[in-house]
Structure formats: structure tokens, C-alpha cells
Write a new protein. Sequence first.
Lengths: 292, 390
Amino acid sequence: MEFLQQLVNGVSLGSIYALIALGYTMVYGIVKLINFAHGDVFMVGAFIGFYSITILDLGFFPSLLISMVTCAILGVLIERIAYKPLRNATRIAALITAIGVSLLIEYGVIYVRGAQPEAYPGDLIPATSIDFLGVKVSSQSLMILGTSVVLMVLLQFIVHKTKIGKAMRAVSYDMDAARLMGINVNNTISATFAIGSALAGAAGVAFGMYYTKIEPLMGIIPGLKAFVAAVLGGIGIIPGAMVGGLLLGVIESLVSAAGFSLWRDGVAFVVLILILIFRPAGLFGKNVREKV
Amino acid sequence: MRKKKLAGIFMSFMMAAGVLAGCNSSSTSGEKDGETIKIGANLELSGGVASYGQSIEEGLKLAIEEINKEGIDGKKLELVTFDNKSDAAEATNGAIKLISQDKVSAIIGAATSTNTLAQVEIAQKNKTPLITPTGTNSTITFKDGVLNDFVFRTCFIDPFQGTVAANFASKDLKVKNAAIIIDSSSDYSKGLASSFQKSFESSGGKVVAEEAYVAKDTDFNAILTNIKAKNPEFVFLPGFYEEVGLIIKQARALGINVPIMGGDGWDSPTLVDIAGAGSLNNTYITNHYSSGDSDPKVQDFVKAFQGKYKDKSPDAFAALGYDTAYFLADAIKRAGSGDPEKIRKALEETDGLAVVSGNLKVNENHDQVKAAVILEYKEGKQEFNTKVNP
């Protein structure tokens, strides 16, 4: 029974990672850039959600929407200002820029509002626990899991069934050829960043609801873990990010359950190293053409 | 080139003006020499733990106002404040500035153990008394068998809190087995945990589970599930409010409904926001003082504080800041002058001075032997439970 409970703990932790990893993997799939600022967009999303709940007095879903829209705009701005001028530069230059953007957002937020933590109001979504076979599942973790699954399906739909999705896949496959075919590459990349960042915003609000506490540096560790999750599932592959996130959450919970709670973060990165050595393309990494 | 030169000249003028202005403000502030005694306050007025420093400053200012009504043998106290920005390096700079520029007779501060430790060497070298209102780490005054003879504190020390919590658990709550959750990145937490374990086991209790986390973790479900499986009757959780709030919230959601107890690190309004008032029911902390204590001395202080600060309820930091001013004023009175060495001697001889947070008595390690209070959280409010004398 205890093992089952730990599995449930792991899945609810993992669904947060999965939610962040979806955006990571999408951006990587299109521009081959590891957007380290993604974790900080997640943080900004959490704060925007918080302020629209407390200051504008809105409910959960309107706040979620506002946060997603603002983060989408922020994502596009980041891409246009910081990454676009470097599109033909070396990948390491873009990577370093991404780290710079990440620090800029973190300390910009601290400059504007200080470093003190904020607590999400607890009465937006009833926090009841459901007893199932002696295992306690909180309604909030079910909500987060549900949100990630729905968003993943939606993403798959956008990428595979819509015109913009087709454009994304084309740009991902060959940017120059796509341009020759009359696809507006700049708009397609912006759309990718917008969707990815909106997902990060949603994850931020969900995180705030579930864990209550938000602060300006909250994006760093979940961002890195989501990166591990994305690589674990195969970076650039949408279902891979989902599975990678859940798997990582379960691994971490089981490590803590075995009495090594202080090793938990270490193990997450050991997983990254192992996967890079033995299966660099990730668990879902066979199907190269489906990258998006 | 020319522009640069001009700018350079301009800059040096500005800097000179700044230095002069600085001199000006420090020399005009006192009345006549010999009639005021300068006291430095080196506090966390901004930065990460700003709320601690601000509370202490409020308490200090109130006390000095009261003391100056009568004066100490006709002399008045003058407070020189320095904001160390919650940073240890700044705290060191502050101690140097207060001693060498402002020529204070004693320094009060800082709020945290780390920022106090950063000033100890300066105070010792310059033979200036340093009193921390709330630095509970035992190495501040006494380390490796060496006493820092110019350093004092107004609060009790960490091991005492753990002992008080253990006695409360075994005698008042009558629990037989307990679980401990430690913040392994904090010496404060480890110190409290080990003294709790020692006292709890010596009074016949048993520690059935011990789990650890590090600061800034957010998900504690896995370790809490382990603890739940051991069925403890009590959980000891010495940590700081950010993580403690999350742990309590997640513990209650997993169905751990036993009493949870911690130390003064919980004491912040943010704790209630994070954990939620409902989850905090059936939790206790050890603290320095409670505004709900019926002791007339406490009630007079609360009334005076609320009169000065618009009905704000004084927390433990404000009370200890207030007490520190009286601790020092009493010593200055007995020393008969602002001479740092005489003040040091008088501070050392303090025995049984009644202040808001109990009776001050300095022992051979320069620690205080004084009472702790136990507070219970009820619907998000701290309520006075008992007072424990050492």
C-alpha cells in the first residue's frame, strides 16, 4: 500500500515536470535550441496567475488564461529580441544567450518585487483527498495530471492536424526548404515559442495551486528537471516529454521512499547522464522524422 | 578626452561633497559630548530576512524612547542604525563603520546567527560589546572552549529549544514515539533535532523515523509517506517557515493528523499563508515570548508597542529588541559611563534583570538562562499555551 502511495506521489510530481517539459521539447524540436529561460517563463506565469487571483480578484480559469496569454507574449518577445538575431550563429552562442535571458528574468523579477515568497490563496479549488484502495490521491494532483494530458493531446492535434502544425514540422525538417516553399519561417517559430511559453504559464499556475509557495527563483530546479525529463523521453518528441516527466517523478519518489531523500536531486541528474551515454536519442527517440 | 577629464573633476567634487555631508550628519546629531551615549544597531532592515530586522528596530526604538524619558544618570542614549541588507559581508562592514566612524559604546545586532558571527571578530578586536537580540546559535558567544568575552545575547540558545520541545511532547502531550524531519542544510535545524532526540529518549520516548530534506525543496510527499507508515504519535519539525509551511500542508493532505512541533524558525505570518490555517491546527512552537502571556510586564509592553505602532502586535523579534535595549541600559547604568570595557563587565554581571521575555541572567558562556514559551496554532493564530522555565 505504501508503495502504491509512493507511485501516486511520483505521478503527481511527474505531471508538473511533464507540463514544463512539453514546452521545452516543442521549442527544441523546431529551432534546436535548449531554451533555458523556459523555467523562468514558468515562474513568471506563476506570478501573473497569483496577481490576477489576488489583485484582480479573478477565479482559477480566467487567471490561467491570462497567465497563458501573457506568457505567450513574453515567449515571443524573448524569441524576437534574444534568439532571432542569433539564428544563424553557432548553437553555443544561442545556448549562452538562453542562460543570460534566464538570469535576466530571474533577477528582473527580484528587482521589481523583491525576493520574498508569495502564497497562493488556498480556497480556489477544493483540496479534498480521495481514498482509493487505502491510497490518498489529492484532487489537485488529479487536476494537474488531467491538465497535462489534455494539453499534450491538444499539442499533438495542433502539430499533426493543423496548418500551423504542418508548417512547424516543415521548419523543423529543413528551415531553408520550408522558406522556399513559401512558409513564413519567422511566424512559425514565433508561434512555437508562443505555444511553448503558454504551456509554461499554465504549468506555473498549476504549480502555485498545488504547492502554494511561489518565489522568483522557483523556476530553476523544475526547469532543469523538466529538461532531464525531455531528454529522457527523447527531446523534440511530445509524448516523450510526457512519459519522461512522469517517469522522472516516479523515480524521484521511489528514491526518497527508499530513504535517500537527500540524493533525490542527484539521482535525477544521474538519470540524465545515463540516458545520454546509453540512449542519447531518449526512450522515444527512434522515429526521427516525427520530430516536432 | 577633455570631456572625460571634466567628468573626472566633477565626480571628485561630488565624492568630496558626499564625504563632507557624511561627516556633517554624524557630528550634528548628538547634543553635547558626554550627555549622550551612542549605541549602534546593525540590523537586517532590507533583503531576505528584512522582517526580522525591522521588528527588532521597532522594539529598540520604543525602549530607547522610554529610557530617554528619565535618562541614565542624566545621560541619553542615541541610536545609530546600519542596514546590513541581510548579508554577512555587509554586517562586517557595518560593525567596522559603527566602531571606527560613529564611535559607539556598544553594538546591538544582528538578527540572525550568521550575520552576528560576521561581526564577532570585529567586536572582539576593538573591545566593543556586541549583543545579538535573536542569534540563537551557541557558537556566537562560546566556541571550541574559547569565550568571546565582548559578545552577549538576549535570547536562549538552540539546544534549550530542543529540550523544551522534548519535555513538552513527553510530559504534556504524553506521546511515546516521535518522528523527526530535519532541514539538512541548516545547522539550526540539526542542532534542535539532536537536542530534541537526546532529551526525548532520556525521558523514555522513542524516535521511530528520521527523514531529511534541503532548503528550497517543494515536494515532501515521499518522505511524508515514509513517516506515515511508521505511525508516529508526534512529529518534530525544526526548520524555517517556507519549507515548514509546505511540509505541514502536504502532511495533513496525506492524513498525518498528529501534533507537529517546531522552534522559533516557524515564527512568520507567511507560514499561515503557505500551510493554511486549517492545516496548522494541532501544531506547536517553542518561542521567546508570547503577546498573549498574561504577565503584566508583557501586557504593558504590548500596550506601549501598539500605542506607538498603530495597533501592530509585537512579535518575538520586537520583544527581544526591546529587551536588548533594557539589558544594555541596565549595564550602562551600573557601569556608570559609556566606557565599553566597563559596560562589558556590567553586562557579564547581569543577574535576574526582569524584562518582557523573562529574567536575564548571563551564565559563564555568556548565554541566557531564561524561560521559553510554547505557543499553539489555532485557526492560524498563535495562542499562548505554557511557559517553561529552565
